[in-house]
Design a protein around this ligand. Sequence first.
Ligand SMILES: Cc1ncc(COP(=O)(O)O)c(C=O)c1O
Length: 441
Amino acid sequence: MTIDKEHFTGGKTEGGITSSYATDDGVKLKVPYSFMGSIYDDAERNAAIAAMAQDTLTMGPKTQEFQNKFAAYHKVKYAFACSNCTTGMHVMTQVFDIKPGDEVIVTPNTFVATSLAVLKEGGIPVFADIDERTYNIDPEEVAKKVTNKTKAIYVVHYGGLMVDMDPIMEIAQKYGLKVLEDCAHAVGASYKGRFAGSIGDAGAFSFHSLKNITTCGEGGMITTNHDEYSDPIQNLRCMSNNVAWANPQNEWHFGDAITMKKTSPIEYWLPAHFDVNPYKGHWGCNYRMNEIQAAVGCCQLDKLPMLTAKRREIGHKITAGLQDIDGIEPVYEPADRVHVFHLYTLCMDEKKLGGNRDEFMRILYEEEGVQGILHYQPTFHFTGLRLMGYDPNQCPKASKFFYKRELNLPMHPRLTDEDIATMCQAIKNTVAKMHKRHCKA
Ligand SMILES: Cc1ncc(COP(=O)(O)O)c(C=O)c1O
């Protein structure tokens, strides 16, 4: 594939699927897939340089500011910055006290991270099939999967369109389950006037390079309205560093023999610099965010209304451009939700086209120069899960109806009207070529 300098994303990199799809295959691209999901300008560059001059480069004033701004924007009580969405979900899995053998109902139509957070604590992801129109987890399927081992439901607001949260919360309430919103795609998205990350017990956001806002390529945020989660989240995000919940009497224990009471708030070094204690048996780790990322995050939040408006405008223009193409199903946006178009996902009707998605994708890429990619292979297809005994044929809507028919177009806020027109024309041409090859009169 050859692409002009402006679009160059490099050759094969260590990040694999998380940083580039570039291959040296001689294809000339008109609209490549971009791994930068946002827009940076002097605001981000100056903020990063200023943060680099600070005395502390991690978890300092900029992190605090980013957290406050993020909480205010999404109308939640607490926001805690962390190293990425995966670690944020891992922290919440520990806070929910998911232990070996506990079941967590998860969507299969997601990045593997959603299930990894559960697997890391020995929990069992139980997959519930998706809705055919939104591609999000279907509350009716969730209800069918509840057992006496179920502890939580992890939903993903796929592509930037929020899950039908009211029935999910009703199920959770009925059976006493926790709800985690994987908001990796959904910064600024809303459902019936409520923001992503503000409805479940907690939300986890991603600021990876591809996402609608990014903190220098990696980053995350945990949101919650629960006062009682505030201390454990901070403990688990940072080395099981002791905070009030673990040490209500302000007592410090050293082995069995010595118990000391910290008496003076002034003598901060006594009896030790800090204490360490796991939360309900779950050990914390280093999942912190640094100050440069947080400073850039503050600028990105200032831009978020503009970035969302651009994505929505682009999304709607693509939908309009694909309206009358028989065999192509554009994005669906229910009236009660604000879709933030992290992805633009097409589904195709193989019968009407006469061929399958892979052929469509090949023509679109090789002959028309538009680089589509796939989000997502159902999580239970991966070797590690198959070896655990997961049936690869479960959740037929996710694995057949959706995964075999879907394709994601390039989608980022820098797409021009010309790019959009090129993509829509390329899709029309691809459909026409498939008809010609397969549907000869
Ligand atoms: C749905 C979903 N969940 C979680 C993640 C993980 O995010 P991060 O890379 O910030 O850990 C991603 C990243 O692509 C994602 O798309």
